[in-house]
Design a protein around this ligand. Structure first.
Ligand code: NDP
Length: 286
C-alpha cells in the first residue's frame, strides 16, 4: 500500500551537479503542510542520458520533475506543451505529464526570484537597472518575470558572447542590452541597482572578474546558496561593499512552491520553510 502511495507521488530533480540541492527537503516540508506523502529524489545525469533517464522515470511512475543546471534549455525542447513563461524563456525548470502522457513544461524560476526580492527583501524593480551575469537556462528563466516588473533596463553579460546575443535576440525587446564580459573588469559609466549572478561559478567556489565599483552600494544576489558559508559571489560582494548581498535560498524555496502548486494544486506556506533553513545558515546576510 505504502509502495503504491510513494509510486503515485514520485518526483525528481535532474541535473549535474545535484548532490548539494535542498529541493528534496523543501518539497518534503511542503508536503507535510498538507499531510501528503511523496518521494522527491535527485538524479545526477549527463546531458546525453537525460532523455532516457526522464523516460525511465515516467515509466516507473514519476509524476513530475525539476530541472537544473545544465539541462533547462534541453528540457524545453523535449516538451509537447509549454507554458507562456516557458515559451518566453525557452527554458523549463518544472516538468509533468498530462493524462495523455504528454510532457508539459513550465518555468517557475522568475516568479521565485521576484517573490524573494519583493517579499523577503522588500525591493522594487520598476525603473531600475539590472545586471544579469550569465546567459544560461536560469538567466533565461528569470527574464520574463523581471520584464513584467517594468525595469529601466536589463544588461546581460556572459563569458560566451554568442549565448548572450542569442538570448537577447530571442526576447526581442529594447529593454535587454548586451554588456561585454571583458568590460566587467573596468569602471563603467552605467550604474546597476541590482547585480544578479546567474552563473554557476559559485558552485565551484570561484568569483567573476568584477571591478569593485560595480557592486559598491548596490544590491547583489547570487543564485547559488550555501548554508555553511557565504558563496564566493557573496564574499566578493562584501569585499566590494555591496549595500546588500543575498544568496538564492529564498528564490529556491519560492520557485519550489510554484512547482509544488503545478503538481499538487496546493499553495504551500514558504515562510516557515525559509526560516527553518535560514535559522541553520551562518552569516549569509549583510
Ligand atoms: P547553465 O549551465 O545553463 O548556465 C551556466 C552559466 O554559468 C552560463 O552563463 C555559463 O557561461 C556560466 N559559467 C559557467 N562557468 C563559468 C566560468 N568558469 N566563467 C564564467 N561563466 C561561467 O546553468 P543554469 O543557468 O541552469 O544555472 C546557473 C546557476 O543558477 C546554477 O548554479 C544553478 O544551481 C543556479 N540556480 C539557482 C536557482 C535558485 O532557485 N536559487 C534556480 C536556478 C538556478 P557560458 O555560457 O560562457 O558557459
Amino acid at each position: 500500500m505504502l509502495w503504491r502511495i510513494m509510486r503515485s507521488l514520485s518526483y525528481k530533480l535532474f541535473g549535474n551537479p545535484v548532490s548539494h540541492s535542498l529541493s528534496p527537503q523543501i518539497h518534503t516540508l511542503f508536503a507535510q503542510q498538507f499531510d501528503l506523502t511523496l518521494s522527491y529524489t535527485t538524479q545526477k545525469v549527463e546531458t546525453e542520458d537525460f532523455l532516457n533517464a526522464l523516460e525511465q522515470f515516467r515509466i516507473q511512475g514519476g509524476r513530475g520533475a525539476n530541472i537544473t543546471v545544465p539541462l533547462k534549455e534541453i528540457a524545453y525542447t523535449l516538451c509537447q506543451h509549454k507554458s507562456t513563461q516557458a515559451q518566453r524563456a525557452q527554458a523549463v525548470n518544472t516538468l509533468y505529464w498530462d493524462k495523455d502522457n504528454q510532457l508539459c513544461g513550465d518555468n517557475t524560476d522568475g516568479i521565485g526570484l521576484v517573490k524573494d526580492l519583493k517579499n523577503n527583501y522588500h525591493q522594487i524593480l520598476e525603473n531600475k537597472n539590472i545586471l544579469i551575469l550569465g546567459a544560461g537556462g536560469a538567466a533565461r528563466g528569470i527574464i520574463p518575470a523581471l520584464l513584467d516588473e517594468n525595469p529601466k533596463r536589463i544588461y546581460i553579460s556572459n563569458r560566451t558572447p554568442l549565448r548572450a546575443k542569442d538570448l537577447i535576440k530571442d526576447f526581442n525587446t529594447p529593454k535587454l542590452e548586451l554588456l561585454a564580459y571583458e568590460k566587467l573588469n573596468e569602471p563603467l559609466e552605467i550604474s546597476f541597482d541590482f547585480i544578479i549572478n546567474a552563473t554557476s561559478l559559485s558552485l565551484e567556489h570561484k568569483s567573476l572578474p568584477l571591478h569593485p565599483s560595480i557592486m559598491k552600494d548596490h544590491f547583489a544576489y547570487d543564485f547559488v546558496y550555501n548554508l555553511e558559508y557565504p558563496t564566493a559571489f557573496i564574499q566578493q560582494a562584501r569585499e566590494h561593499k555591496a549595500k546588500q548581498a543575498h544568496d538564492g535560498l529564498g528564490m529556491l524555496i519560492e520557485q519550489a512552491a510554484e512547482s509544488f502548486y503545478l503538481w499538487h494544486q496546493k499553495k504551500p506556506n514558504t515562510q516557515p520553510v525559509y526560516l527553518f533553513f535560514r535559522k541553520n545558515s551562518k552569516g549569509l546576510l549583510i
